[in-house]
Design a protein around this ligand. Structure first.
Ligand code: PMP
Length: 457
């Protein structure tokens, strides 16, 4: 029986990433408030938010300073656009701050409101740059199977997951996908991580040559893949891939929407994983998700090409009403100040060994084929047979069941395609809360195993 609020929901809302038909039976869990790393539903039940919302609430759920920063800016200047030569202090200061902390030399910053918009902007800027440089054929962008870059028409095209393409007539032309660097699933028997990386780099090179290097402008990747399974790349991957891109004048786009701002124990994921991007997309943790904000950080060659292009056209014809929204920028500035003052990124590095130790112990569990992570992000894959890595049938919904048991235990995690479970807690999580997370997950996995037996699977 649905509560009144839940019933009103079912009659009115379209929920993203939801099985629309089944949802009519189950309805939503409705949340009301948050405190630290916990959120509470309308019945007052607490849940440890083991996904930081959607990989984003790095500072947890009750940061008063962020609320105060938003209030102050709203009272002073709630909105000011930055079209046609207008500006304001929060946008200028935030762009300066991003340049200061960037992992590679950055010339300029352009703002938007989400990760999808940031990656959409990346596609448009890559094309604009090629045109401005007199290389109109250089338009193809290579992304990866299982990569996740968002849901707008261009960014969903970059995304390499079937549900984001089917029935949407995507991907658009000029987007290609190369193989997913998931060693556990896709390496050949006995293939080392380094050899797997070299093979993937060779495959990328073949793709570029087959397409014609003069038609390929960019390669986009997340340092650790998020929605594709919380997949940590094999050793040497970005070094090998980066060398191929450099050889053919293919620019590297880092999608730091999840890994940016400390998730891997370094300010940017690129730094931890040997990635040397030309442009960077950020969103999510830039405001700890307290306000919607995204950005693209771009290098001097791209800026020079944009200058050239806008001289020709007369105006640079891209930007959103909310590009550099002052309240979002003020909250981002406060978030970055807190990351530095509270040494949040160093804290992730300090907590990583315990997190990874508890994670690794899960591989002892009969259901867990792989448990792999980095910093404070991890993915575990459930299998029917560890030796052969065989999975349960998709329709059995084993990971979904495990997630439901987690929820009953008071833990929010997320199941992804291929019976994978993602773990991505707020960066402020304490060691005791990391233990709470893995204790609850362990109990949920035990209950899942009992359930599987009860179903005779
Ligand atoms: N890139 C990555 C790596 C992401 O994880 C996401 C969101 N999960 C996006 C882009 C899209 O961001 P948004 O949902 O804010 O549009």
């Amino acid at each position: 029986m649905l509560t009144n609020l839940a019933a009103r929901d079912v009659e009115t809302l379209i929920h993203p990433y939801t099985h629309l038909d089944k949802f009519r039976e189950t309805g939503p869990i409705v949340f009301e408030r948050g405190e630290g790393v916990h959120v509470f539903d309308t019945a007052g039940r607490p849940y440890l938010e083991g996904m930081a919302g959607l990989w984003c609430t790095s500072l947890g759920y009750s940061n008063r300073e962020l609320a105060e920063a938003a209030r102050e800016q709203m009272e002073k200047l709630p909105f000011q656009h930055i079209f046609s030569g207008r500006s304001h202090d929060p946008a200028i200061a935030l762009a300066e701050k991003l340049k200061e902390i960037a992992p590679v030399p950055i010339s300029k910053v352009t703002f938007c409101s989400s990760g999808s918009e940031a990656n959409d902007t990346q596609v448009k800027l890559a094309w604009y740059m090629s045109n401005a440089l007199g290389k109109p054929r250089k338009k193809k962008i290579i992304a990866r199977t299982k990569g996740y870059h968002g849901v707008t028409v261009a960014s969903a095209s970059l995304t390499g997951l079937p549900a984001n393409h089917a029935l949407f007539d995507l991907p658009i032309q000029n987007v290609l996908h190369t193989s997913c660097p998931h060693h556990y699933r896709f390496a050949e028997a006995g293939e080392t991580e380094e050899a797997f990386s070299a093979r993937l780099a060779a495959e990328l090179e073949e793709m570029i040559l087959r397409e014609d290097p003069d038609t390929v402008c960019a390669f986009i990747a997340e340092p650790v893949m998020g929605a594709g399974g919380a997949l940590v790349p094999p050793a040497g991957y970005f070094e090998a891939i980066g060398a191929v891109c450099a050889k053919y004048d293919v620019r590297v786009i880092a999608d730091e929407v999840i890994c940016g701002f400390g998730r891997l124990g370094t300010m940017f994921g690129s730094q931890r994983l040997g990635m040397a991007p030309h442009t960077i997309s950020v969103a999510k943790a830039i405001t700890s998700a307290y306000m919607p904000l995204g950005a693209v950080m771009l290098d001097e060659p791209m800026y020079q090409a944009m200058l050239e292009g806008s001289r020709e056209v007369g105006t640079f014809g891209h930007g959103f009403t909310y590009s550099g929204h002052p309240t979002a920028c003020a909250v981002a500035l406060k978030t970055l100040e807190i990351y530095e003052r509270e040494r949040i990124v160093e804290g992730v590095a300090a907590k990583e060994p315990h997190f990874l130790h508890r994670l690794a112990a899960l591989e002892e569990h009969p259901l867990v084929g792989e448990a792999r992570g980095l910093g404070l992000i991890a993915g575990i894959e459930l299998v029917a047979d560890k030796a052969t890595k065989r999975q349960y049938e998709v329709k059995a919904g084993v990971a979904a069941k495990a997630i439901a048991f987690c929820q009953e235990e008071g833990l929010i995690l997320r199941n992804l395609m291929g019976d994978r479970i993602a773990i991505c807690p707020p960066l402020i999580i304490t060691q005791a809360e990391i233990d709470e997370l893995f204790d609850k997950l362990g109990r949920a996995l035990d209950r899942t195993l009992d359930w599987i037996a009860s179903q005779g699977m």
